[in-house]
Design a protein around this ligand. Structure first.
Ligand SMILES: NC(=O)c1ccc[n+]([C@@H]2O[C@H](COP(=O)([O-])OP(=O)(O)OC[C@H]3O[C@@H](n4cnc5c(N)ncnc54)[C@H](O)[C@@H]3O)[C@@H](O)[C@H]2O)c1
Length: 309
C-alpha cells in the first residue's frame, strides 16, 4: 500500500492505523508540511518504508492500493507557494493515477470540503457543485482539488481505474503542526501560552470539526467499499460550531486566561460549512463517534506533552 502525504497530520494517523492491520506500507512525502517525527516510531519496522519524494514527479513502484493525501492543507502552507500547490494537486494526481492505472491499484483521493467554496447550499451534499472563486488566493487549493477530482473521474470513465474520492471536512487532533494557521491548533497553542486568541470577523462563521480517529475509519471504509462506490463522498462531523463557541470551549478546557481578539476576515473565507453525511452513513455505515469535548481534550493533552518534552 502507498500513502502519499503519509508524514503529515492525517497521513501519519492513517499509516499508524493500517500498520496495525499488518499492512505493508510505503509512505511517500516531500516533508513540505509534514515531518519525519510523525512516522519516526515506524522507521525500524520492516513492513514500513519511507521515501522522500515530491509527487509532482513520476514514481515507479508496485502497489495494490494508493491513498493520495499529499498536499499542504493549511492556507499558510498552501499559499506560501501557490504554483507548487496546484502542481501537487494536478501533476500529483496525474502521476498517482498513472501509477494506479499501470499497477491496477485502487486509488483514494483526499479531496476537500473546499471544493464547495462559499456554499450557497447548507448543509453541503455531494451533488452540490460549489461556489468557488477561480482566481482568488485560495484557488490553488480549491481549484487544484477540483481539477484533481476531474482527473479521477476521467481516469475512471476512460481507463476504468478503481477510484475513491472523499471530500474531507475540517479534521483535528494530535500532530496538527503548531502555528500553521489552522483554527484548532492555533487556538489551543495560544490558550496554553496565555496569548490572545485571534478570531477573524465576528466569530459567527461556523465549521464542523471531525476528530482524526473518526476520519481515518472513514477513509479505510471507503477504500474497502465495493468497486462501484467511487464517491465523491463527504466525510466530516456534522455537529456545527461557531468559531466563537470553539474558542470559548478551548478556553474552558485549558483553564486559560487568554483573551479573545477580533481581526478582519480574510478574503474568500467561507461563512458556513457543514457536511451532509447521509451517503457515508448509508453506504459505509460510517458515523463520527468522538464528541468535540473529548477530541479537544486529547488534542490539548498532545500539545501539553510537546511543551513538557
Ligand atoms: N486536515 C483537514 O482538515 C483536511 C480537510 C480537507 C482535506 N484535507 C486533505 O487531506 C490531506 C492531508 O491533509 P493534512 O491535514 O494531513 O495536511 P498536512 O499538511 O499535515 O499533510 C500533507 C502532507 O503532504 C506532504 N506533501 C505536500 N506536498 C507534497 C508533494 N508535492 N509531494 C509529496 N508530499 C507532499 C506534506 O509534506 C505533508 O506531510 C491533504 O490532501 C488535504 O488537502 C485535509
Amino acid at each position: 500500500m502507498l500513502i502519499t502525504g503519509g508524514a503529515g497530520f492525517i497521513g501519519s494517523h492513517l499509516v499508524d492505523s493500517v500498520m496495525q492491520d499488518e499492512a505493508e506500507v510505503i509512505c511517500v512525502d516531500n516533508l513540505y508540511s509534514g515531518s519525519r517525527e510523525n512516522v519516526g516510531h515506524l522507521l525500524d519496522n520492516p513492513r514500513f518504508e519511507f521515501i522522500r519524494h515530491d509527487i509532482t514527479f513520476p514514481l515507479y513502484l508496485e502497489v495494490d492500493e494508493i491513498y493520495n493525501l499529499a498536499c499542504p492543507a493549511s492556507p499558510k502552507h498552501y499559499q506560501a507557494d501557490p504554483v507548487q500547490t496546484t502542481k501537487t494537486n494536478v501533476h500529483g494526481a496525474i502521476n498517482m493515477l498513472g501509477l494506479a492505472k499501470r499497477t491496477k491499484a485502487r486509488i483514494l483521493q483526499a479531496s476537500t470540503s473546499e471544493v464547495y467554496g462559499d456554499p450557497k447550499e447548507h448543509p453541503q451534499t455531494e451533488s452540490y457543485w460549489g461556489n468557488v472563486n477561480p482566481i482568488g488566493l485560495r484557488a490553488c487549493y480549491d481549484e487544484g482539488k477540483r481539477a484533481a477530482e476531474t482527473l479521477f473521474f476521467d481516469y475512471w470513465r476512460q481507463y476504468n481505474v478503481g477510484i475513491k474520492v472523499v471530500r474531507i471536512f475540517n479534521t483535528y487532533g494530535p500532530r496538527m503542526s503548531i502555528n500553521d494557521g489552522r483554527v484548532v491548533s492555533n487556538f489551543i497553542t495560544n490558550a496554553l501560552k496565555g496569548l490572545d486568541i485571534e478570531i477573524y470577523g465576528d466569530g459567527q462563521q461556523t465549521r464542523s470539526f471531525c476528530y482524526i480517529d473518526d476520519l481515518v475509519q472513514g477513509l479505510k471504509s471507503m477504500m474497502n467499499s465495493e468497486k462501484e462506490m467511487t464517491g465523491p463522498l463527504n466525510l466530516g462531523n456534522p455537529s456545527e460550531r461557531t468559531i466563537l463557541e470553539l474558542a470559548e470551549l478551548i478556553l474552558k478546557l485549558t483553564a486559560s486566561k487568554s483573551r479573545l481578539r477580533f481581526l478582519p476576515l480574510p478574503s474568500d473565507d467561507p461563512r458556513i460549512r457543514k457536511p451532509d453525511i447521509t451517503m457515508a452513513q448509508k453506504e459505509l455505515k460510517w458515523l463520527p463517534t468522538v464528541e468535540i469535548e473529548e477530541g479537544l481534550e486529547r488534542t490539548i493533552h498532545y500539545y501539553n506533552s510537546l511543551n513538557n518534552s
